[in-house]
Design a protein around this ligand. Structure first.
Ligand code: DCM
Length: 151
């Protein structure tokens, strides 16, 4: 995402991305390829750096959530991807932020950590516990696991 205020200095949420109901929508992808799920290690901010997440980011004003997802995957990973189904659930992040997650498949490109991340891993179902997921992403990862072989 663009120079992202992860909350500004006064700790307030990103008013510019508000949806009109006081909530900022964050979208993320359970990118599935060849029976594996992509995990991305955050490089910032300090309190999240080193933890693993499903790649994504904030929906911009007037932007469709699925378009935001495609944009974020292009910016952060350098790939073209297609959203599939939205995983059931809406997970609270920090106050004023909620996370929605879609499955997605690669159309072209090989993901690289271009922005916001410093490592990527493709995890099979049995490997999902081998990285330290952000707490708020864990329910979505569990949902995504049901879409991987071996479920
Ligand atoms: N976020 C999260 N889990 C994700 C993606 C994002 O908890 N899978 C959080 C991190 C930030 C906020 O959402 O607080 C906005 O994300 P970003 O900074 O990547 O735009």
């Amino acid at each position: 995402n663009a120079p992202g205020p992860y909350g500004n200095a006064s700790g307030q949420r990103d008013a510019g991305s508000e949806r009109g109901n006081g909530t900022v929508l964050v979208v993320a992808a359970a990118l599935l390829d060849r029976g594996r799920l992509l995990a991305a290690r955050r490089s910032a901010p300090a309190d999240l750096a080193g933890r693993w997440e499903l790649p994504g980011g904030k929906v911009e004003p007037g932007e469709r959530p699925e378009d935001a997802l495609v944009r974020e995957l292009r910016e952060e990973l350098g790939v073209e991807a297609e959203p599939g189904e939205r995983l059931p659930g809406a997970w609270p992040l920090k106050p004023g932020y909620v996370l929605w997650v879609w499955t997605a498949r690669l159309l072209s490109g090989e993901p690289r950590p271009l922005e916001d991340h410093d490592a990527l891993r493709w995890l099979a179902r049995a490997e999902l516990d081998s990285v330290d997921w952000l707490d708020q992403d864990r329910p979505a990862v569990a949902e995504a696991a049901l879409r991987l072989p071996g479920a």
